[in-house]
Design a binder for this molecule. Structure first.
Ligand SMILES: [Zn+2]
Length: 270
């Protein structure tokens, strides 16, 4: 389908929120409509809620589907990002639950990573699989303009937000072995299953992308066995704080941002 033109000139970009574990319905904005989008890559994880928040057009898509029916390794990341792009998304705020690899990042801590290491195994990771050379730059994988704004809003709200951290993305759905967890500690701070290839696909589409990560557990290195029930409990306790963060941050995102994200696709071909 042809992309809908972004609403420009009103000082606000179209912002998409991808809800992670625990955030299946936005509860962020009055919904004007629900859009069922088909893409050349298949179906996205669900219908896209469309609405507005203080003058900003907002899209919401639950990454795992409503009711968490789609595990991280089965998410159709290409369909999700393409569906949001086709509805005019210029910015994606991505909510991710993560495990902590560092003692100073306890459950309940929020993290804005600035790097990732991709250890996923079998996921289609690009919109460009032949026909032309396309290598998108990912040296700095997330939007620096959004990162600064999110950090500042988090501070205003009294949230504990750590920045400048590295996210290691694993395939899942199983959790790590102790040996793996200790290995990951050598080069990463948090661990999850959902950031990649979502972030690089957004970059391929020239969309500003920022992950908002919420620590739900210490990974198994800490000898605190991670289990799904414990993770769900921390998520439930913190999801309202994430919503508040997004609700205040979202209308402040300016139409003109001091970043090069939107030019990434032009730089990727030769
Ligand atoms: Zn950007």
């Amino acid at each position: 389908m042809s992309p809908e033109p972004p609403l420009r000139g009103d000082g606000h970009p179209t912002v998409a929120v991808i809800g992670g574990s625990g955030l299946y319905e936005s509860g962020l904005f009055p919904r004007d409509e629900s859009r069922r989008v088909s893409t050349p890559w298949g179906a996205p994880s669900g219908v896209v809620e469309v609405g507005s928040l203080d003058g900003t057009r907002v899209l919401f898509l639950p990454r795992h589907g409503v009711g968490h029916t789609i595990p991280a390794h089965m998410v159709n990341y290409r369909a999700n990002v393409d569906a949001l792009a086709s509805l005019g998304a210029e910015v994606i705020l991505a909510v991710n639950s993560v495990g902590s690899l560092k003692v100073e990042l306890p459950p309940g801590q929020f993290v804005l990573p600035d790097q990732f290491v991709d250890l996923t195994k079998g996921r289609p990771s690009s919109f460009y699989n032949g026909g032309r050379a396309f290598h998108v730059g990912m040296a700095d994988p997330f939007c620096p303009a959004l990162e600064g704004l999110a950090r500042s809003v988090g501070g205003e709200l009294g949230l504990s937000v750590a920045s400048g951290k590295t996210y290691v993305c694993v395939e899942g759905p199983r959790f790590s072995t102790r040996a793996e967890s200790r290995f990951f500690q050598g080069f990463a701070d948090i661990i999850g299953m959902t950031l990649v290839p979502e972030a690089s696909l957004a970059r391929e589409r020239g969309i500003c992308y920022l992950p908002l990560c919420m620590v739900t557990d210490y990974d198994v290195w800490a000898d605190h066995p991670v289990d799904a029930a414990g993770v769900a409990k921390v998520m439930a306790e913190n999801v309202d704080r994430v919503r508040r963060w997004v609700r205040v941050l979202l209308p402040r995102i300016p139409a003109e941002r001091a970043c090069a994200c939107r030019h990434a696709p032009e730089m990727a071909s030769f």
